[in-house]
Design a protein. Structure first.
Length: 262
C-alpha cells in the first residue's frame, strides 16, 4: 500500500530575532490526512514554526512547500493575506476573536475568502448575492451543529466562558474550509471535561472532514493518543521525529522534554 503524499514540506527553515535563533535548520514533512504534533519545552520554537507556515513570520532561510492542485507553492514567497486562500487556517494560543460580535457573526466573518460577490454586485444582482449569503449561512450553521454550540449562536463572544470561546475559535478556523488546520495549544487552560470535548472535536474534524492537522499541545497524554506522528523541537532544533511510541522512548526526548515524567 502506497504511503500518502506529503501535503506540506518544511525544508531547512531558520528564523532569528535580533541574533537569537528561534528555529535552526528545521526540516519535516506533513502527510496528507494525518495529525502531526509538534512538541517541545517552552521556547522551543513551536509557535514560531506555525507562524512561518501561516505567513506571520518570514524565515531567514529555507522553504515551506504546500502541495497544491497545480504543483507545490513556496509559502515563504506568498503574501500573508493569500495563504488562507490556499486552504490553511489556524487557531492561536491567545484567543483571537471579535469579542463584541456574536458566535454566528464571528463564523460568518471567517467566510470572507469564499465570498465572490462584491458590495456593488450585491446591489445590482440581489438574487445572486442572496443565494451566496444563504450558502455561507448554511456552512456556518453546519459548523455550529458540528461543534455543539447552538445554545451560544447569538451570544456575544466576549461574554462566553473560556472553554466555549476556544470552541468558537476552532469553528472560525473551520469556516475557512481548510485543507491544513494549524492548532496552537487548543486545550491550554481548559479543565478535564473541556479538554475531552476539544479532543473529540479535533478527531472528528480529522476523520469526518479529512482535514490534515498540525497540533501544538503540552498535554503529552493527549498528544500520544491522537497523533499519527510527532516532531520534537528543543531550542529551535529538531531532535526527534516519529510515531508516538518511538518518541515516547527516544532518549533525547526524555532528556529534553520528558525527563521528570521518565
Amino acid at each position: 500500500m502506497a504511503e500518502p503524499e506529503n501535503l506540506l514540506e518544511v525544508q531547512d527553515v531558520s528564523l532569528s530575532f535580533g541574533g537569537n535563533l528561534a528555529l535552526n535548520d528545521v526540516s519535516f514533512h506533513v502527510r496528507r490526512g494525518e495529525i502531526l504534533a509538534i512538541i517541545g519545552p517552552n521556547g522551543a520554537g513551536k509557535t514560531s514554526m506555525l507562524n512561518c507556515i501561516s505567513g506571520f513570520y518570514r524565515p531567514d532561510q529555507g522553504r515551506i512547500l504546500l502541495q497544491g492542485r497545480d504543483g507545490p507553492k513556496d509559502l515563504t514567497r506568498i503574501p500573508t493575506h493569500r495563504i488562507a486562500g490556499l486552504g490553511i487556517a489556524r487557531t492561536f494560543q491567545n484567543i483571537a476573536l471579535y469579542t463584541g460580535l456574536s458566535t454566528l457573526d464571528n463564523l460568518m466573518a471567517a467566510r470572507h475568502i469564499h465570498m465572490r460577490q462584491s458590495s456593488l454586485a450585491s446591489a445590482l444582482y440581489w438574487g445572486r448575492a442572496q443565494r451566496e449569503e444563504v450558502h455561507h449561512r448554511r456552512v456556518v450553521e453546519e459548523i455550529i451543529d458540528f461543534l455543539e454550540i447552538q445554545h451560544i449562536r447569538k451570544a456575544v463572544v466576549g461574554a462566553l466562558p473560556y472553554g466555549l470561546r476556544k470552541r468558537v475559535e476552532l469553528g472560525r478556523a473551520l469556516a475557512l474550509e481548510p485543507e491544513l488546520l494549524l492548532l496552537d495549544e487548543p486545550m491550554a487552560g481548559m479543565n478535564v471535561e473541556e479538554k475531552e470535548d476539544m479532543a473529540r472535536f479535533i478527531l472528528d474534524v480529522h476523520e469526518l472532514r479529512g482535514t490534515t492537522i498540525i497540533l501544538i499541545e503540552h498535554d503529552m497524554g493527549l498528544v500520544m493518543d491522537i497523533s499519527d506522528r510527532v516532531v520534537v523541537l528543543d531550542f529551535g532544533v529538531k531532535i526527534a521525529e516519529g510515531t508516538p511510541d518511538e518518541i515516547r522512548d527516544h532518549p533525547e526526548v526524555i532528556r529534553a522534554y520528558l525527563g521528570q515524567t521518565a
